[in-house]
Design a protein around this ligand. Sequence first.
Ligand code: GTP
Ligand code: MG
Length: 374
Amino acid sequence: MFHLFSHCWTWLQAVQEPVRKVTLLVMGLDSSGKSSVIMDIMRALASEVLPAAQPGQTRLRVNRFEVTLVELPGAQRCRSAWRSHYSAADGLLFVLDSSDLARMEEARKALSRVLSHPDVSGKPLLLLANKQDVAAALLPCELIERLALQRLVNENHSPCRIEPCAAVGPARSTLQGLRWLLRAAAEHSLQLPTACSPSPDPGPGAARGRPHARRDPLAQREDESCSAEKIKEPQPTRHLLSPNLQKVSTNGPGKRKKKVKVRKKGTGQLSPAEEPEGEAAGGADGRASTAGGLLAPNRVRQEEPVPVGTAAPHSAQGMKKKKKKKIKNKIKSQEPVMEQQQEEVSSTFDLYRRAMLALKMRQEQRKQPSAIAP
Ligand SMILES: Nc1nc2c(ncn2[C@@H]2O[C@H](COP(=O)(O)OP(=O)(O)OP(=O)(O)O)[C@@H](O)[C@H]2O)c(=O)[nH]1
Ligand SMILES: [Mg+2]
């Protein structure tokens, strides 16, 4: 019943949420499959395709997002023009030809240049490991190593997810990645203009890239269903490799353990007392189910605020006092039991004593008449 209500509530929130405009750049080396990936998405979401505003752009409705995909030409001579699009972008979709081993280094350099640009820093990146249908294609875990992706995203603080796909096949994993990218973009910039209000006044504290104050209910719902595992180092055996989710997601209702920091006595250093629990990974088809992944930039660890006017709960003195109190309570609670037991014992003895006395008196009474009688 509770679940039903909570689902209804989430659904209501999602319905009331305004449509958000999101601009995603589709980039990658030439012939990596950018146009093919876009075509694949359009095929899968045929009913959601909107009339394009400009040539080279694709507009779609995906859940509560109005998405504009901007394909940037991948040829070497065109790449310098990419940077003029960065500031308008909410997220990046980098298409990689996973089967083209000869150009892997070129792809790494291109990606590195993109991520190190200040206008890109912190914006989410979906890396589509395309052409997985080709036998020689590298798996995402291999690509992470080849592209030194963990280091790249950590240096540039960009939440990153790698999704294996084949633009010639079903678009399931591509769409899954796209939905993640939209959620991440919404989280990164909660002041995305809505479809109804093209130029809203951001107001104080609403600048792009600021920490997010509100949670997209849609994102929360999807986080609960399709979940992401949070680990720090890439572990190829796991489906999801390492999301940043300090930024991208917030705690689900009672699902994730809170990270608790303990101040080491004397040193003033913080040490994690409890790591957040990993979540099950969302599956994808074919190779995707074994290899898709998320990468995280450095997490910003925050100390749990101690409420003003309350004593520190972890202090040693506090613990001792608590222990003492507990023992006292224990003793207190045992006393009446003891008394009761003693009372029971003494009453039993009393009865026994009385019975003995009665017996004695009877014996004496019997003796007396015999003594009187001759
Ligand atoms: N086998 C296979 N071929 C693919 C896949 N995706 C794209 N291709 C092929 O790769 C070639 C290039 O694809 P495009 O989509 O034109 O590549 P692009 O990245 O848009 O290239 P530019 O626009 O020139 O930068 C085409 O021949 C596609 O058919 C895939 O998943 N598997
Ligand atoms: Mg193209």
